[in-house]
Write a protein that binds this ligand. Structure first.
Ligand code: ASP
Length: 439
């Protein structure tokens, strides 16, 4: 059985980080397929090579001189090559890049060179084959990723090598033009490779020891999550958890391959397992808490609304006509509330209000701004009584007024609306009751 190991930019930002990665790969003979990102930041005020490439190409596109900017990128790679004491020259590669920039090969081509060059270094360092992602990852003419064609190409190509490095983030159209995924897309490449080789695990190495129960900017040193399902992760990602590119789940999910998030700087940590389904209970009833500020609630009142067929559809039509997506729609007998993103809604609010009046003829409409939504997610909630009770008593004790409650029938999550100003207090209160009081 083989493993696919993907390393993020911070894991490959310098020669010393490369050495840690080398040790990780050599520690397990199953780690045979490696997907590198471009070198990331070496410190918080550093610049990612991908961003340097975009900026450099921006100059080339305007016809301006980009010698200095390209040299800075060369220097980043040379520092890694020297630090690893490799006998490798990227001179020829950079000649091609310079020429292609002058010929305006496109910003996708430019950005992809970050992973491409790092892949060449990595392959040399490990003694693995280098497989250019442009050969094996396909996009359709309309820019959509061609998953099936990619899978065939990737399977065929990788069956000819013992061990390989496949750079992340990009692929190509049928005619060979390079195209990238959206930012952070090396996660998707790792998942595609794992599917193609039918890996027993997709290890995604980054700079944190996996998924945390809550945002560390709000909770001091939050507990880690050992196992999370794809569905739980999607719920949390939607509410702002950023662990993995959201499209990275699909290729491995179709093959039931688990993802293991690991920390390059602490390889002894088990990290987090992202799985399709599990009978393992999460340590704390809830798996995670996430949330976002900046929502508006549009409260609509009409007497006997509940008996008027089509009322909800007419109200939602007013939002649809103005191209506003809604988040939640809690309702009562004579009231219905629509939660929307404030920044999307703000400049169209009067159009929506008049639209609702025209289409649904309500008694009154009232708008409340500056609200936050918090998602408490956990597969364990389904089988545990009193979860909602504990959440709301914790919020009451913390003096937080709850404006909205929404629990899906899957019982996987409870969404709570509070004022923006209460957001952090509410998350702390929920974390305390489920995690700290369990220790
Ligand atoms: N290097 C690309 C980025 O910075 C892709 C990746 O790292 O996944 O977005």
């Amino acid at each position: 059985m083989n493993k696919v190991v993907k390393f993020g930019g911070s894991s490959l930002a310098s020669a010393s980080q490369f050495k840690k990665v080398g040790e990780i790969i050599r520690a397990d003979r199953e780690r045979k397929f490696v997907v590198p990102s471009a070198p990331g930041k070496r410190s918080s005020d550093d610049t990612k090579v991908t961003d340097m490439l975009y900026a450099c190409y921006g100059l080339a596109e305007k016809g301006a001189d980009f010698t200095k900017e390209l040299q800075a990128i060369k220097d980043r790679y040379q520092e890694i090559i020297d630090g690893l004491e490799l006998k490798l020259s990227l001179e020829k590669e950079f000649k091609v890049i310079e020429k292609s920039f002058k010929e305006k090969a496109g910003s996708d081509y430019a950005a992809s060179r970050g992973e491409y060059l790092n892949g060449i270094i990595m392959a040399k360092y490990l003694g693995f084959a280098f497989v250019d992602a442009a050969e094996v990852i396909r996009f359709k003419a309309d820019g959509e990723h061609d998953a099936e064609r990619t899978n065939t190409l990737m399977m065929d190509r990788l069956s000819t090598v013992e061990a390989a490095v496949i750079p992340g983030f990009y692929g190509a159209y049928e005619d060979g033009r390079v195209k990238t995924f959206s930012r952070g897309g090396s996660d998707i490449t790792g998942s595609i490779v794992a599917r193609a080789i039918k890996a027993n695990v997709y290890e995604n190495w980054t700079d944190v020891s996996g998924v945390l129960v809550a945002d560390p900017r709000i909770i001091y040193k939050p507990a880690g999550v050992e196992t999370i399902t794809y569905r739980e992760l999607r719920e949390l990602a939607y509410m702002g958890f950023s662990v993995l590119h959201e499209d990275a789940i699909f290729p491995v999910r179709s093959e039931g391959i688990p993802i293991n998030i690991r920390n390059t700087n602490a390889p002894e940590d088990n990290g987090t397992w992202i799985v399709e389904s599990t009978c393992q209970k999460s340590k704390y009833v809830i798996t995670g808490i996430a949330g976002k500020k900046g929502f508006c609630a549009v409260n609509i009142e009409k007497e006997m609304m509940n008996s008027e067929i089509g009322f909800g559809r007419k109200v939602l039509q007013a939002f649809e006509e103005n191209e506003i997506s809604f988040e939640h729609v809690p309702s009562g007998i004579d009231t219905m509330t629509i939660f929307v993103h404030q920044d999307e809604f703000m400049h169209k609010e009067q159009k929506v209000v008049s639209g609702i009046h025209r289409l649904a003829d309500p008694d009154s409409i009232d708008i409340e701004a500056d609200l936050a939504l918090i998602a408490v997610v956990g597969r364990g909630m389904k089988s545990t009584r009193g979860t909602a009770g504990r959440i709301f008593s914790a919020l009451a004790h913390a003096n937080v007024n709850v404006k909205m409650i929404d629990q899906g029938s899957s019982e996987l999550n409870i969404i709570i609306g509070v004022a923006n100003a209460d957001f952090e207090t509410a998350i702390k209160a929920i974390y305390d009751i489920f995690v700290l009081s369990q220790i």
